[in-house]
Write a protein that binds this ligand. Structure first.
Ligand SMILES: NC(=O)c1ccc[n+]([C@@H]2O[C@H](COP(=O)([O-])OP(=O)(O)OC[C@H]3O[C@@H](n4cnc5c(N)ncnc54)[C@H](OP(=O)(O)O)[C@@H]3O)[C@@H](O)[C@H]2O)c1
Length: 324
């Protein structure tokens, strides 16, 4: 089978496409034919050796897949060859076939497109955990999403709207803002050359936003916190801009607000029941068309380096998906 391989940490162009032998599932595992592998920003970090996980070489990038069960290992219940599934693997998805523990997969409802389904786990799972479990967002509250046109950003727009929030999408271009509005955002703010704190205050009549969803970090975190409302919740989701802000704690006191960490990878390991319930909710919404991740582009396995380059260059709107 064909697999995209990382054989040493480096940029996307160092990845290679190789023919490797598939293997049979061990007890407790499934072998799954990959129909689509959705990429995430952190794939650009894993292949560069800059992420919290450092897999052994050679490995394939790609954390989340949709596919069809090819073979079932001994002792696995609830799956049969031919079942359509999605799964979170951490890495290893950019190949024609994967083998992993059965508990990493859930069955897909009928009718969902493979490329759309592949992108439901990481970004939407993170976002539902963030908005529901961590921010406890209430209908009628305002939600500012930074990096709103990206993967977790588009999920925050869609899930925020479903939870009844007024969503302010913040991004670096008017084109991205228009995209966010097409997903349902109520307002947009282009932070490229404008002050984020002033913009968010203006859009909330001076009251500030109830929840900030920060997937960008860097120079945007502090102005966003300065625009938070009394008893607001600031969700620390990611640092796509590279920098990690040092926050003056007096701001937290003065606003009576919470700075809340969101670590989905630990959440699914430590709170598997809550994770399963969140995935059931997301699959139900997806099956009923209430969330519909936008696919920026479908790439072939050979085009995986180009997809990762585009992610790192802030060119992707929604999800980049590799279709083997
Ligand atoms: N906490 C968790 O459990 C969790 C789970 C999943 C992902 N994350 C993190 O969330 C962040 C976003 O992930 P994603 O997959 O949604 O990424 P993405 O699709 O690439 O979106 C990230 C957005 O960040 C903005 N950005 C600003 N500076 C950037 C830079 N130098 N390079 C790239 N993007 C930049 C871009 O929007 P503009 O151009 O509009 O600024 C871009 O659309 C990452 O840091 C990721 O590791 C965290």
């Amino acid at each position: 089978m064909k697999a995209v391989l990382c054989t040493g940490f480096g940029p996307p162009e160092n990845l290679s496409l190789a023919d490797i032998a598939p293997h049979a599932p061990a007890p407790g595992e499934l072998a799954v034919t990959v129909r689509a592998c959705a990429l995430n920003f952190f794939d650009t970090l894993i292949i560069a050796g800059k992420y919290q996980y450092r897999p052994q070489f050679p490995f394939s990038p790609g954390a989340e897949i949709a596919g069809v069960v090819k073979a079932v290992g001994d002792g696995v219940g609830g799956f049969r060859p031919g079942d359509r599934v999605i799964g979170y693997l951490g890495w290893g998805g950019c190949r024609e076939e994967v083998v992993a523990a059965a508990e990493k997969f859930v069955r897909l409802p009928e009718g969902l497109d493979d490329a759309v389904a592949a992108g439901l786990t990481v970004t939407y799972g993170t976002t539902l955990h963030a908005l529901k479990d961590r921010a406890r967002i209430e209908p009628g509250e305002t939600l500012a999403v930074l990096g709103a046109a990206g993967g977790v950003g588009q999920a925050a727009i869609e899930v925020g709207k479903l939870m009844g929030a007024r969503v302010i999408a913040c991004a670096s271009s008017d084109d991205k803002i228009a995209f966010c509005k097409s997903l349902g955002a109520d307002e947009g703010f282009n932070y490229k050359d404008a002050d984020l704190k002033d913009g968010l205050k203006r859009l909330t009549d001076g009251n500030g936003v109830d929840v900030v969803y920060d997937a960008v970090g860097g120079d945007l975190s502090e102005p966003a916190l300065r625009a938070i409302a009394w008893r607001g919740r600031f969700l620390v989701v990611g640092f796509a801009a590279g920098g990690i802000a040092r926050i003056p704690l007096n701001l937290v006191l003065l606003k009576g607000c919470d700075i809340v960490g969101v670590f989905w990878g630990e959440h699914i390991a430590r709170e598997p029941e809550a994770h399963r319930a969140n995935m059931a909710q997301l699959l139900d919404w997806a099956a009923r068309g209430r969330i519909a991740p936008h696919i920026h582009k479908r790439y072939s396995l050979a085009e995986t380096p180009e997809a990762l380059r585009a992610l790192a260059a802030r060119e992707v709107k929604g999800k980049a998906v590799v279709v083997p």
